[in-house]
Design a protein around this ligand. Structure first.
Ligand SMILES: C[S@@+](CC[C@H](N)C(=O)[O-])C[C@H]1O[C@@H](n2cnc3c(N)ncnc32)[C@H](O)[C@@H]1O
Length: 279
């Protein structure tokens, strides 16, 4: 059976995880060490494991910092290329890509009141692989304007802007989340990302041609926002990118179509296009 001692010795000799870009290698190794440290009592082995974990954290921090530098130079997409092949992602779990995005964005979740108004969903960021998938499948380019309704700490507007150069907007009801997002946007020098505090029902939808929703609300709030998006779809072609149970609502709208074999799927991104201009 794998022991803490044998893993420590192996990792001390191994070079691969010392490559600053080897985030996945380090994440898996750190995970193994964390597990083996449970119930391990020998102080000498614990100390050597802690030293390895510190070294991994330092390398991660260097890697995040060099990706941040690339973003500031407008080369963020190139810096993230190695992680952009996400296949056909499903599920709402987080993985190494979220670890990288969290490290690069350096967003600390603020304490917020835990009672939410009825029908509004608590904060949870979209897993990064879904954002990347949405960008690819909706064909977002620098000419688009993308609005995240219920934008939390801005993962979607920030990542979409980095990957595509599109102008991005986010509206979020919780001011503390918007403050964090605005700080991250300033740190990364992203001039085309704009976050606003507000209720999505009152948001100005007139600029955007792509709307993103990771089930931020349900019931009558979702119905009101869907009606507002439909009004925009009568004025210009739009796309709607959804994740989670709200896909089911959009899938039932006669003014939207999707090429997705199952537009009601909740475990992955679904892309819809308006049909109102097609008549
Ligand atoms: C599931 S999180 C999604 C966060 C972000 N869109 C993402 O994908 O990373 C839902 C967010 O919607 C916000 N929210 C809920 N109801 C809202 C409303 N009526 N107007 C604006 N934001 C709202 C919540 O505060 C929360 O941050």
């Amino acid at each position: 059976m794998e022991s803490l001692a044998s893993t420590v010795v192996l990792l001390e000799q191994e070079q691969a995880w010392r490559d600053p870009a080897a985030f996945l290698w380090r994440a898996e190794a750190a995970d193994r060490l964390d597990l083996l440290l449970i119930g391990a009592h020998d102080p000498a082995w614990r100390e050597r494991a802690a030293r390895l974990l510190d070294a991994m954290e330092t390398l991660d921090a260097e890697g995040f910092s060099s990706i941040r530098d690339a973003i500031r130079r407008g080369e963020g997409r190139a810096a993230l290329t190695a992680w952009l092949d996400v296949g056909f992602p499903t599920g709402q779990h987080y993985d190494v890509l979220d670890h990288i995005v969290a490290g690069v964005l350096s967003l600390e979740e603020p304490a917020v009141p835990c009672v939410l108004p009825a029908e509004m969903v608590f904060y949870q960021p979209s897993p990064a692989r879904h954002i990347i998938d949405g960008v690819a499948r909706a064909g977002i380019t620098a000419g688009d304007i993308v609005l995240d309704l219920g934008a939390g700490m801005g993962h979607v507007p920030i990542l979409v802007a980095i990957l595509t150069g599109a102008r991005t907007l986010g509206v979020e009801r919780e001011p503390a989340y918007v403050d964090r997002a605005v700080e991250a946007v300033a740190r990364l020098g992203l001039a085309g990302v704009h976050m606003r505090v507000g209720d999505a029902r009152d948001a100005d939808l007139s600029e955007a041609n792509v709307f993103y929703l990771f089930t931020p609300f349900v019931g009558s709030v979702l119905r009101d926002v869907v009606a507002n998006i439909e009004r925009e779809a009568r004025r210009r072609p739009i796309r709607v990118i959804t994740l989670g149970p709200c896909s089911r609502t959009f899938a039932r709208m006669p003014w939207l179509r999707s090429d997705d074999p199952d537009p009601q799927a909740a475990e992955r991104i679904v892309v819809f296009r308006s049909t109102l201009g097609e008549r």
